[in-house]
Design a protein around this ligand. Structure first.
Ligand code: URA
Length: 209
């Protein structure tokens, strides 16, 4: 079963409150999501391995540590996932970014991939799949499945807010994928919105509503 990490650092929770507020402007919403993404990147990278290196300081030789192992790949799900990419890149600027676009088939209601462009070395990278709102889990599950079909094996999922329904769906479909969220909310409403949530993340990020 994948683990669920709730990033409950006070700064994240403080900023999330203003992200939720319907009176927050598009500009402030975008900046706050960016800041929370940076803070969450600090949490999601907590377990990346280190290796020892020797460094000559102006005083003496020192045994120090640098990041080792796989490089990171960020996979935002279009379009709301884009809002968290730059914030993560502030901490891991060498990460490569792939994109996955999904739409919901109006008849089957299943997510359908319409776009995928991944780093050429995606199989060698540890991936962070990014979707601010984990509602039913349909999009996140489809994106993770799409990556696994291409041979990717190491993935984490990063969301701002999750509904319990989405958490359960991801845990059932992808028990090997750990989930990082700033909050798990109450439920999904009849329109598929997370309650209390923040509304439509894409619209609020891009000012399209
Ligand atoms: N997507 C959103 O942007 N908001 C929700 O509440 C659910 C899905």
């Amino acid at each position: 079963m994948g683990k669920v990490y709730i990033c409950d650092h006070p700064l994240i929770q403080h900023k999330l409150t203003y992200i939720r507020d319907e009176n927050t402007t598009t500009k402030d919403f975008r900046e706050l999501v960016d800041e929370v993404a940076t803070l969450m990147a600090y949490e999601i990278t907590r377990d990346i391995p280190l290796e020892k290196v020797q460094v000559k300081t102006p005083v003496t030789m020192a045994e120090c540590r640098v990041i080792s192992g796989r490089m990171l790949g960020l996979i935002p799900i279009l379009r709301a996932g884009l809002g968290m990419v730059d914030g993560i890149l502030k901490l891991v600027p060498a990460a490569k970014v792939g994109h996955i676009g999904l739409y919901r088939d109006p008849e089957t209601l299943e997510p359908v991939e319409y776009y995928a462009k991944l780093p050429t070395d995606v199989l060698e990278r540890e991936l962070i799949v990014i979707d601010p709102m984990l509602a039913t889990g349909g999009s996140a599950n489809a994106a993770i499945t799409a990556l696994k079909k291409r041979g990717c094996t190491q993935m984490k999922l990063m969301c701002l807010i999750a509904a319990p329904e989405g958490v359960q769906a991801v845990q059932e479909a992808h028990p090997d994928v750990d989930l990082y969220v700033a909050a798990i909310d109450d439920h999904l409403n009849d329109h598929g919105y997370i309650v209390p949530g923040l509304g439509d993340a894409g619209d609020r990020l891009f000012g399209t509503k």
